[in-house]
Ligand binder design. Sequence first.
Ligand code: UD1
Length: 413
Amino acid sequence: MDAIRVIGGSPLNGTVRIHGAKNAALPLLAATAAIRGSFVLQNCPEILDIEITRKILDVLNIQTRRAGDALLVDSTRMQYAAIPRVLACRLRASVLFLGALTAAWEKAEVPYPGGDCFGSRPIDYHVQALHALGVSAQAEEDAVFAEGRPQSATVELPFPSVGATENALLAALGADGPVRIIGAAREPEIGCLCAFLSACGAKVRGIGTSCLTVTTGELHGAAFPILPDRIEAATYLCAAAATGGHLTLTGARAAHIRPVLDALQSAGCEIAEARGALTIEAGPLHAIPPVVTAPYPGFPTDIQPLLTAALLRADGVTVVEERVFRGRYRHIPALRAMGADLETAGQILRIRGVGHLHGTEAEATDLRGGAAMLIAALSAEGRSRIGAAQILERGYEALIPNLQAIGADVSEA
Ligand code: UD1
């Protein structure tokens, strides 16, 4: 998909089924490179990042096959290989093969990962975690190399990095005794990886806390359901809020996006949870108290651009502070081109609500920034064209048909 054409101005109404979470599925796929077995990953989203990861698994002689919404993975004949640069550079989660390969083969060669560019995205915490486990890991000019058997040890993360926590968990599968991770990230996707590793025979204690202990055991394959995508859910909630719509999301978990629901409610949306579904009914929106992004359970950085897009026409001024990633405001010029009144000063963004937005032509800058442009375009009057739209295919399954089904005038351009 090269571009998305949008004719904005219609409220979104109807029901959307939330798919499995990209950021939960990717670490599980990396884990299958550390555990010999057959796996059934239920609710696995059909998105570009999963397709690229399947190609990485193929290089490791790990077979994957679709069966409805499940991905079947067979790693019984896995072989060692360096991760090819052409694949590693296309997504961030390729870095997770560092821990997985080290666990399985006591060595790894992983080129620097790709994914969205928010200024610098170092991997020093990942390397430090491997060092703490006694693995000799070295970041060279354009790849990371690891060698050695992980030892039973304590890893102390200086910041609750999602990827570094996942890499430490995966490397721990190759250790000769318990591995303790202090300062671990607590995102639901980490809980999902821990539960998956438990289903595969590892003992994981402290799930949901910042202190995890993993003891590897007789590891084997498993059937496992991937948790619903909280960022996809937030995208549709924010699109409903921006367009004054009324949506029901099935499969969404309110508990995973509490600060987002609080923000939308305080902006004037009515939100209800019942029997595994979330309903949002948007009215006229107004500004909300400052929003500050933070690791879980704080306000998610990935949802910051989406909420911004929802508040562009809210009455008053909302202040947003992005504290997780510098350079996460690359989509702002496109929103300004639609008539949004946005002012940035360092990591602070001031949103002054405007009466109306108008369509524009812009290029998607990154996955969630592109989704923010789409939300703004849906609430703008007239026609927009969002180019570089394949970026959105990295993380959203069935985006265009889903939006069409809830009344949006969108199509591939
Ligand atoms: C993951 C998510 C991404 C989300 C982010 C934060 C995936 C595939 N991606 O990314 O969607 O936005 O969590 O919730 O799951 N940092 C370092 N050194 C490191 C690692 C991280 O300085 O070695 C810094 C980063 O630059 C950033 C912060 O720590 O400022 C958080 O990054 P991290 O939690 O690691 O995010 P990712 O795992 O890359």
